[in-house]
Design a protein around this ligand. Structure first.
Ligand SMILES: *[C@@H]1O[C@H](CO)[C@@H](O)[C@H](O)[C@H]1NC(C)=O
Length: 422
């Protein structure tokens, strides 16, 4: 009798321990979590000064239910990778995706990433348009099979091509389609055009935690789902930038994406596609384009805006919290404005610009952004953590390490299976 009680107790302890320490990568991650404050206290202190997160006070408001500590609680982990402008260079895209462990050595979805974000400008400046779009759609399918996801936003160059502005298209690239007419047809009604329509959006809201809903769930501050301390645990992703002056930020991202869908449909549904510019004159946006659609494609619209890259540090950081509050996001991730050396992180990594000129047309750094999000039981609360790295051929560089202790009942979400298979 006593032996069986002991055995049962041992089994229970083992179950708790296994629950707590699995999976192994989480254990390693936890060790790293422990080691980091020792290694980089200065970085943490600096980061805390730079990163006065407005949600921190808000997060203390929601208290855990009384029985939250009754059962062992599991850590949640999600690994996101974001890749910027690829511009027609298939081999370099493959190098970057391999380096960031998005694809394996056979070029297939590795399962080591939960979400791949690509911020557009796949086309132009290089000849590999078709293989690159094929690769992205292949990865999208393979990711879905194992519970992962590929999130794609349009770049201004996808739009230029849809419009008929082919200034950055080479003859060699046109030949990969079979000619001008075939290329026009492919971008309007072929699988590339349909992928732009069905699987790409102008803006994306990418949740870090599943309690925020699927990708592109609108941030609607009044909804109950957003009354938890994780309401802003998301990334706002666009190609160019979300300008403080841009009138259609909210509700994010559906307002922007509705404008994108209607304008793209106008372009793709033109009875005959205009002769490409050059040598033909710039065709402009179609008849019937609304002022809001025109502004979507304007210089302060999400496809072209460069303010977050070009504004002074003081200007950008003074404005960033106001914009993030509207988007329901912790950070904005964008491409479009290259820095050939590095991923640019500003305002305590609230602004991250990931275009490093990956294509050989530029010869910039091969890079990807990695974000590892964890929500780990900590006493009767949770430690929420985002560790951000810029990944280069020479190795990773730490961009941010944000920790918060939050209250709330997030146990239900621990049963959401890990998105990745490994
Ligand atoms: C869009 O993505 C889905 C899911 O991977 C895929 O089944 C579909 O074929 C894609 N659409 C196009 C046009 O590629």
């Amino acid at each position: 009798m006593r032996t069986s009680v002991r055995l049962a107790l041992l089994a229970l302890l083992a179950a708790v321990a296994i629950n707590y320490f699995e999976p192994l990568p989480d254990l390693l991650n936890r060790l790293w979590v422990r080691a980091l404050p020792i290694l980089a206290p200065a970085n943490d202190a600096l980061h805390n000064i730079l990163h006065s997160d407005s949600q921190q006070q808000q997060q203390q408001v929601f208290s855990a239910p009384a029985d939250a500590s009754a059962k062992p609680r599991r850590a949640f982990r999600r690994r996101l990778v974001a890749v910027g402008d690829l511009h027609g260079d298939f081999p370099n895209a493959q190098k970057v995706l391999t380096m960031a462990r998005v694809i394996d050595d056979k070029g297939a979805w590795s399962g080591e990433t939960d979400v791949l974000v690509q911020t557009g400008d796949i086309v132009d400046r290089g000849p590999h348009t078709l293989p690159l779009y094929e690769l992205i759609e292949m990865l999208r399918r393979q990711a879905l099979e194992v519970g992962g996801q590929v999130v794609s936003t349009h770049g201004n160059h996808e739009w230029m091509n849809a419009i008929g502005d082919w200034r950055y298209v080479s003859q060699a690239e046109i030949q990969t389609f079979g000619g001008v007419a075939e290329r026009q047809a492919m971008l309007a009604k072929g699988w590339v055009g349909r992928a732009w329509r069905d699987n790409y959006t102008v803006a994306a809201r990418v949740p870090l935690h599943p309690s925020l809903g699927p990708v592109n769930t609108d941030y609607t501050p009044a909804a109950p789902a957003f009354s938890t301390s994780l309401s802003h645990a998301a990334l706002a992703v666009v190609h160019g930038g979300l300008a403080p002056t841009y009138p259609d930020l909210a509700p994010f991202p559906s307002r922007i994406n509705a404008l994108g869908s209607s304008l793209l449909a106008r372009l793709q549904d033109r009875k005959t596609q205009p002769p490409p510019h050059p040598p033909a004159p710039y065709p402009g946006l179609p008849f019937g384009t609304t002022p809001a659609e025109e502004r979507l494609y304007g210089s302060d619209g999400p496809l072209w805006y460069r303010g977050w890259a070009h504004d002074s540090e003081a200007d950008a950081c003074a404005k960033v919290d106001g914009v993030l509050a509207k988007l329901g996001a912790r950070r904005m991730v964008m491409g479009h404005t290259p820095d050939f050396e590095k991923i640019v992180s500003r305002c305590g990594a609230k602004v991250i610009i990931i275009d490093t000129g990956i294509s050989r047309a530029y010869g910039g750094a091969l890079s990807a952004l990695e974000i590892v999000y964890t929500l780990t039981p900590s006493g009767d609360a949770w430690e929420e953590r985002e560790v951000l790295h810029a990944v280069y051929e020479s190795g990773p560089v730490l961009l941010g390490d944000d920790k918060r202790v939050i209250q709330g009942d997030f146990e239900a979400w621990a049963n959401v299976p890990p998105v990745s298979s490994k």
